[in-house]
Design a protein around this ligand. Sequence first.
Ligand code: F6P
Length: 321
Amino acid sequence: MKKIAILTSGGDSPGMNAAIRAAGKYALSQGLIVYGVQRGYSGMLNNDIFLMDDCFLSGIVDKGGTKLLTARCLEFLEPEFRAIAAQNMIKKGIEGLIVIGGDGSYRGADLLSKEHGIHVVGIPGTIDNDIIGTDYTIGFDTCLNTILDAISKIRDTATSHERTILIEVMGHNSGDLALYSCLAGGGDGLLIPEMKNPIEMLALQIKGRRKIGKLHDIILVAEGVGSVHEIEKKLASLLGAEVRSVVLGHVQRGGTPSGFDRVLATRMAVKSVDILLQNSGSVMVGIEGNRIITHPISFAWEGKKTSSIYEDFEITNILSK
Ligand code: F6P
């Protein structure tokens, strides 16, 4: 393999730039010619494919977002558009592709490989931590810390006003961001899609806390559970008290990547280039037990997620009494 390309796709996440930097610099050090694709698959389709040099890759390890830009490309779901995109790569002699993104982006990569013989490697880049086959995704840790900072600030005002405040966090259909934030931020209640916790139960839990003299309640709500504003109304009427809700929103996707995310991104990126150098592909890289591992790329939608979500949920219940 002589020429490879790198793209970022889907929602951006802090640490994507560290992955681009490491993959690009390491590939150059191995004598490969390295292209960047702008705006994910949409750029591949529009031939926004350019040669990346060391200068492009420098000074970005600590920057949030993605220097390659990102997009969600619906056209890529259609085979005829994939064929045009693949031809743009093949005409340049590009044989290998590193895709930094979520499992939706992996599906596109898998089809590129099956239909057009391009070797593909998926690097899990999303704040959601919702990819099967890796303990952590790039950006999750930074996002978690952004949420923890917000929790501390919101707790100050919640205590002063003796209020219950719901904090909605991102995660798509995954409750990991809410769960970890609750564990690390001392949350007093948790609503995540993976576990049933009726609002009536939450109200009882809050009433119990108030009885023993607690002055406030911070409740973490994963966006996958439903509208936080509806939950706010229902909870307020069950409690007969004021409730406020905060949607943290896109502030969670930005910011300087944490050291953990930068190291994770770097290790995964180097592994991805090694895979392409062996003319191998159709794999995703991940981290399991602090080791960088690989799975077939389809593991991301065919495999089974191993996590301690049930135990962790139970811990949040016990600690939030
Ligand atoms: O997948 C990352 C993510 O940030 C999710 O947590 C969230 O549901 C979604 O993207 C938001 O997407 P957009 O920026 O397109 O509104």
